[in-house]
Design a protein around this ligand. Structure first.
Ligand code: SAH
Length: 227
């Protein structure tokens, strides 16, 4: 019935993303099949949860389109036991996909998922969604401005930024472990998705993954125009 209705739509979307070559690893495919996107969009939009498009959340913000979440998960090469930092919790959907890969079958083990959101209202919205979808035990939610220095003692081997920065954020490169990867959309009117790799000697490589559209990163070192 309702449950089948959504899981059928979810399977079809995953097939489409595989066909398009956007999902190409088994682990990302499994995560997409496991996380119920209908629980992360506003209730009135639940039936649209498996259209490959961004949807509104709160405060004029959005939940990213599934293909964009897939591109970012694949580029990060997420693995079981990774330590992931996300800037831009939004609905909590993307951090749940990551948590599904880092803690397969929701088994709490080695690994860490921390997600930072600037709006308290959105962090609370994400908390409710994560509870509904049973991911709340796997994702640590923090309300803070991720555009400037964050008070973490630990470093992360994967960093995911889901709002567009004006330039590659230096403070996040510092938080990246050796052999770590970060994906971040950069730019204002023209945005480019960047993959940043820090090799084992600490050298930085930047690769362009193509054009994208994200809401702007706000806050102290975010985009100046908050409209
Ligand atoms: N990853 C989200 C979608 C992100 S939309 C999901 O899965 O639904 C981008 C989010 O980044 C918005 O919720 C926005 O409020 C948040 N954001 C913008 N600037 C921020 C900042 N400086 N620090 C933390 N979060 C920020």
């Amino acid at each position: 019935m309702k449950k089948n209705f959504f899981s059928e739509k979810r399977k079809r979307l995953v097939e489409q993303l595989k066909y398009e070559g956007v999902i190409f690893s088994k682990k990302v495919e499994k995560a997409f099949l496991a996380v119920p996107r209908e629980k992360y969009v506003p209730e009135r939009l639940a039936e649209e949860a498996y259209i490959d498009a961004p949807l509104p959340t709160l405060e004029g913000q959005t939940i990213s389109a599934p293909h964009m979440c897939a591109i970012m998960c694949e580029a990060l090469d997420l693995n079981e036991g990774d330590k992931l930092l996300e800037i831009g919790t939004g609905s909590g959907y993307h951090s749940s996909l990551c948590a599904e890969i880092i803690f397969p079958e929701k088994k709490i083990g080695k690994g860490l998922v921390v997600s930072v959101e600037i709006f308290k209202s959105l962090s609370l919205y994400a908390k409710k969604n994560l509870q509904k979808a049973s991911y709340i035990a796997l994702v640590n939610l923090i309300v803070a401005d991720g555009s400037s220095n964050l008070p973490f003692r630990t470093k992360f081997n994967k960093i995911l930024v889901t709002a567009a920065a004006k330039e590659i954020p230096e403070h996040l490169i510092e938080l990246l472990e050796l052999s770590g990867r970060m994906v971040v959309p950069v730019g204002k009117y023209f945005q480019d998705l960047k993959l940043i790799v820090k090799n084992r000697y600490g050298e930085i490589y930047v690769k362009s993954l193509g054009g994208c559209i994200f809401v702007p990163l706000r806050g102290l070192k975010g985009q100046q125009d908050d409209s």
